[in-house]
Design a protein around this ligand. Sequence first.
Ligand SMILES: *[C@@H]1O[C@H](CO)[C@@H](O)[C@H](O)[C@H]1NC(C)=O
Ligand SMILES: *[C@@H]1O[C@H](CO)[C@@H](O)[C@H](O)[C@H]1NC(C)=O
Ligand SMILES: *[C@@H]1O[C@H](CO)[C@@H](O)[C@H](O)[C@H]1NC(C)=O
Ligand SMILES: *[C@@H]1O[C@H](CO)[C@@H](O)[C@H](O)[C@H]1NC(C)=O
Ligand SMILES: [Zn+2]
Length: 479
Amino acid sequence: MDWNLLRRLFLIGALIFSTSFPPSPALARGGDRPSNRTEWRDGLVFGRQLFEEENPSRITDDQIRGYMTNSELEGFVKDFGQRCRNISTIYSIGRSVRGIPLWVIEISDKPGEEEPEPSFKFIANMHGDEPVGRELLVRLANWLCDNYLKDPLATTIVENVHLHILPTMNPDGFSLRTRENANNVDLNRDFPDQFFPVNDIVDTRQPETKAIITWMKEKYFTASASLHGGALVVNYPWDGSKDTRKHYYECPDDKTFRYLAQIYSHSHHNMSLSSEFRDGITNGADWYPIYGGMQDWNYIHEGCFEWTVEISDLKWPKATELPKLWEYNRLSMLNIVASILKTRVHGRIFSSSTGHPLPASVLIKGNPIKINATTKLGSYHRLLVPGESYQITAAMSGFQSKTTEIHLRGNKGASLDFILDPLEEEAPLMNNLKNCDCDYAIGLHIFLVFCVFFLFMFYFFRKKLPFKSFIRPIKTSIV
Ligand SMILES: *[C@@H]1O[C@H](CO)[C@@H](O)[C@H](O)[C@H]1NC(C)=O
Ligand SMILES: *[C@@H]1O[C@H](CO)[C@@H](O)[C@H](O)[C@H]1NC(C)=O
Ligand SMILES: *[C@@H]1O[C@H](CO)[C@@H](O)[C@H](O)[C@H]1NC(C)=O
Ligand SMILES: *[C@@H]1O[C@H](CO)[C@@H](O)[C@H](O)[C@H]1NC(C)=O
Ligand SMILES: [Zn+2]
């Protein structure tokens, strides 16, 4: 075998291998998995489903009167796209099991364009029998269209946020009057889970779930609210606890989640006066743990902060109640969107050599959640509770990481751009080694660095010195 070729292959292999272990051990949560499916499935309480089964009353035709049908909703979306076309665009993210398009309204002064602004999404009717949210989202879209340039909150949102509204995620469940979709699957149990291998098989995932996952990977949502019914509370991560018991299970951004959840509950007519939930907010696992939910998935996989908002005690109140429910929630919905502008660090990341934007990752010291800057603009939005100091790092492979300390003053947020210097040719290996805090990879890195060094020296001496006959036996023992 040709020694030169072997040497090259080994060097390339060593480099690829050593950079394929990103230094993020804490994100790899989910150890302690029971060894097989039946084992955990039997022991697990699917809490939110139990609640439903206590009260399996059928929804009567009388209750449905006054709610938009699916085709009326589709008509509304299309009309809205016309009526309000200079600040909106409409698009579909996929279809339900029965083929109904999942329509989204995007509201912005530059709809459909990419800007260095945060994106917020509202999703409603994930549970087919919780239709109040879809009615409120229709009213929200109308209100923003009617009040742009008249009301300061409407104008702030239209000009500084890209707001995406999905009034129904489960149109089939709505027409069947069931919580589940047409395949009888609860969509809020259909997402990949951090603790249990519940939904890891892509092929068995529902079309509605797949549509959301694809949508999430295309847009860079900063935050999100999913509207449900049957209680009056804002629920925040984690939804599931590692030990499957009901208790407060804090996520790395607990403070920020609580801060914004309270903005919702305190802007509401009476949510914060709840006797069941202090301040009208709750940690999901503290209420009852669920697994395979959308909220935790958004946060873990896409760095998008999602709240599950229960907007009315009655799942299907009489339609004559809807104007009142809209009034109760209007300010909450507007405030939580506008507040992300004041509860963040944001900016853009560029390369010092080319000046081009970089899709680098943004990390906060002591927090494993990564937020990625966008590919096209290199813009990022990292939600953080005000009044504290943070060490913020921008990192990108092939570039030198940079860290800045910043203090977030009340109600302003902060703007922070990064310009990253490219690394030298051989440097990624050394840099990874230096920053790596994952002990499993350190030994490997040292070994690989040593191998590369050794091979290099070996090759060098072989060329420069007349030792060829002396070296040959060693070579065969390595290969
Ligand atoms: C899964 O776990 C259960 C309970 O421990 C056990 O009875 C069963 O044999 C296991 N199945 C497999 C395929 O390992
Ligand atoms: C949208 O149209 C209204 C009315 O014609 C106009 O006042 C407003 O400036 C337009 N807004 C944008 C973002 O173009
Ligand atoms: C909030 O107000 C509604 C309507 O007046 C009432 O039905 C509900 O019980 C109130 N909830 C709380 C927590 O005060
Ligand atoms: C962020 O970027 C990294 C590196 O390109 C990638 O591995 C990761 O999946 C991205 N994360 C998100 C949430 O998009
Ligand atoms: Zn629900």
